[in-house]
Design a protein around this ligand. Structure first.
Ligand code: DQA
Length: 144
C-alpha cells in the first residue's frame, strides 16, 4: 500500500494564514504530527501550482498510489484536478478530499466542490485530524 498526501495552494502558509480559521500550526508541524500519530507510511507534497498537482495525481495513478488531497481553493474551480482524480478513481484507486475548515459553512463560493464528485470521499472541518482520519480510512480499506 502506498499513499501520498497532496496539499494545494496557500497551505504552505499555514500558521501565518488566518490562524483563527486554519490554526497556528505550520504545514510542517502537521506533517510531523501525522508521522508520529498515524504510524502509517506516506509521501507528502505541497504546491501552489495546479499543473504540479495534476502531475502528482497522474504519477499516483501510474504507480497505483492512493491519494489524500487538500486542494485548497482549487477545490472550487479546478476541472483539471477533477479530471485527473476521476481517472485515478476509475483505475480502482482510493482518493480522499480533505479540508481543515468546513467549506460548507463558509462563503458561498466555497460551498461547491468540483473535486468531490471525482474522489472516493470527503472529510472536512476537523482541523489536522482530517488527514489522520483519511489515512486511517485508506489503511482500513487496504486491510493492512
Ligand atoms: C481549505 C478550504 C478552501 O476553501 C480554501 O481555499 C483553502 C483551505 C481548507 O483546508 O479548509 O485554501 O481547503
Amino acid at each position: 500500500m502506498s499513499i501520498v498526501i497532496l496539499n494545494g495552494p496557500n497551505l504552505n502558509m499555514l500558521g501565518i494564514r488566518e490562524p483563527e480559521i486554519y490554526g497556528t500550526e505550520s504545514l510542517d508541524d502537521i506533517k510531523n504530527w501525522l508521522v508520529d500519530e498515524s504510524g502509517i507510511d506516506f509521501q507528502w507534497f505541497q504546491s501552489n501550482s495546479e499543473g504540479d498537482l495534476i502531475d502528482q495525481i497522474q504519477t499516483s495513478q501510474l504507480e497505483k498510489t492512493d491519494i489524500v488531497i487538500n486542494p485548497g481553493a482549487f477545490t472550487h474551480y479546478s476541472y483539471g484536478l477533477h479530471d485527473a482524480l476521476s481517472s485515478h478513481k476509475a483505475a480502482g484507486l482510493v482518493s480522499i478530499e480533505c479540508h481543515l475548515s468546513n467549506p460548507a459553512a463558509r462563503e458561498s463560493f466555497r460551498q461547491n466542490s468540483v473535486i468531490s464528485p471525482a474522489v472516493t470521499g470527503t472529510i472536512a472541518g476537523f482541523g489536522k485530524n482530517v488527514y489522520l482520519l483519511a489515512l486511517q480510512e485508506i489503511k482500513s480499506r487496504r486491510g493492512n
